[in-house]
Design a protein around this ligand. Structure first.
Ligand code: SF4
Ligand code: SF4
Length: 303
């Protein structure tokens, strides 16, 4: 099992050129600070429920909501992301984080992995080699996070991902967001007007209270984080791809399809574009890119 030591050199490389996953509350705060937030949308064709012991599929199910595209059943994963192409707007001239005490969970976790099925590989991170020198503080022992604060941040991030999946369905319905890329190929980045997004985020967060108060019976009938599709509004998604073959096969399965490069209300970003972001780390920018890669192993588009 993996043992790793790690000491942050404060090089600031992990604060540049990112799409930084945020919780709903963090996204509201990011908007309040005057910065931009996107909704990154990917869809997983879900023609049947996976086997009970398929843990990766169960993970994807927990962090997604049920939808459809025409006749094709889907799970849709939406990630709220702080988007910036250069330095993070919170990165000071001294390369220190100006909001360190209230920085997003993902910033507290890096370079550890949020994704439960990914192994931390130092070469995949943006940190300089000396950050991993033996004798630095212990990060992993036998593959487990040593530091209590990082461990707690990972658990909080995963819990928010599960708890907020259904709220994101409401958010998309409110904002008219209904276009996604295919998991494993890319995602569609929507950037709604900031006032509309702020209002929709506030409404989604307020709607969480009754969800938490569900009865045990309701909880048994409807898994946590799963929104009531009818209450959340229409959920017929349009799927886009740069692959003619994917579009043909999705079309044959009865999906609503379209080309990826002519989007009226979003931008198509493929995984290669994410990985190539200057200074960006695919696993971080990511968490998204990592999950899209994992999604490639999900019930795939009919091929
Ligand atoms: S919020 Fe702070 S830690 Fe996070 S990317 Fe920005 S500057 Fe870096
Ligand atoms: S890239 Fe690594 S070493 Fe550099 S600031 Fe980020 S966490 Fe620290």
């Amino acid at each position: 099992m993996l043992d790793l030591d790690f000491g942050c050199t404060r090089c600031g490389r992990c604060c540049t050129g990112l799409r930084l996953p945020l919780t709903l509350g963090e996204a509201l705060g990011w908007l309040g600070d005057g910065h931009e937030v996107e909704l990154l949308c990917e869809a997983l064709p879900w023609p049947a429920e996976p086997a009970r012991d398929d843990e990766p599929a169960a993970h994807r199910r927990r962090r997604s909501f049920a939808a459809h595209s025409g006749r094709l059943p889907l799970r849709v994963i939406v990630v709220l992301a702080a988007a910036f192409s250069g330095r993070c707007p919170n990165l000071g001239a001294d390369d220190r984080c100006a909001v360190y005490a209230r920085r997003p969970l993902v910033c507290r976790i890096y370079p550890a992995e949020i994704h439960p099925f990914l192994t931390l590989v130092p070469a995949h991170k943006g940190c300089p080699p000396q950050a991993w020198d033996p004798g630095q503080p212990a990060l992993l022992r036998a593959g487990r996070i040593v530091e209590a604060e990082t461990h707690a941040a990972i658990e909080a991030s995963r819990e928010a991902d599960r708890r907020e999946a259904g709220l994101k369905q409401r958010l998309c319905a409110e904002l008219g967001v209904d276009c996604a890329a295919i998991g494993g190929e890319g995602f569609v980045a929507h950037r709604p007007p900031r006032p509309a997004l702020r209002t929709a985020l506030q409404a989604a967060l307020q709607s969480a209270a009754p969800t938490a108060a569900r009865t045990a019976t309701q909880a048994a009938l409807q898994p946590a984080g799963e929104a009531d599709t009818a209450a959340a509004g229409a959920s017929d998604w349009r799927l886009v791809s740069r692959s003619r073959r994917t579009l043909d096969e999705l079309g044959a399965a009865g999906a609503r399809i379209g080309p990826a490069d002519a989007l009226a209300n979003g931008a198509y970003l493929d995984l290669g574009a994410v990985d190539a972001e200057p200074g960006g780390d695919p696993e971080r920018s990511g968490g998204v890119a990592a999950d899209l890669r994992a999604a490639a192993a999900a019930p795939a588009p009919p091929r």
